[in-house]
Design a protein around this ligand. Sequence first.
Ligand SMILES: Cc1cc2nc3c(=O)[nH]c(=O)nc-3n(C[C@H](O)[C@H](O)[C@H](O)COP(=O)(O)O)c2cc1C
Length: 175
Amino acid sequence: MLGVAGGIAAYKVAIVASGLVQRGVDVRVAMTPSALQFVGPATFGGLTNSQPILSSTQVDADGTVPHIEAARDAGIYCIAPATAGVLAQLASGAADDPVALLATTVRCPVLICPAMNDAMWQKDSVQQAAAIVRGRGVEVLGPVEGHLAEGYDAIGRMVEPAAILERICAVLGVA
Ligand SMILES: Cc1cc2nc3c(=O)[nH]c(=O)nc-3n(C[C@H](O)[C@H](O)[C@H](O)COP(=O)(O)O)c2cc1C
């Protein structure tokens, strides 16, 4: 499962989805409402041959409830980019959108890839949220220093898609 939140790096997660599909991995994507401002659901739908989960109350055409059914069989749940908002939800246990909701239903390892402006990442509330989720066994990959959309280099850049792909494949045991 891939959870996509509303950050500028959302477009890079299409590369992760495509790479997984090319390795024979079944991918189901969930998107927050804000993520839809950055990437269209048709991109992930087309890449994964599966309709993204766009609402916490979505029921699939076959009558199944994806945040339960799809979550049950997941080998990993990767949230990228993990926004400040999603991090706060994970830390608090809130489940206000499908990405956060899935974090409460999956039984598999959870990997999050934060990405945000450096001021946001360095904020106490964000650091505390990251520490809380880490303490619960969530793997936090990045962010790294590098070029930010704001036009300067600083901490906050999402790790590169290749690194996310590599980590997911390692957890899944996929070559
Ligand atoms: C151009 C633009 C880029 C943004 N990039 C990020 C980002 O990288 N990380 C982040 O936490 N928020 C970012 N935001 C703010 C989020 O989109 C906003 O907080 C939104 O409510 C996040 O919703 P979500 O966490 O439910 O997906 C950005 C906003 C804009 C307008």
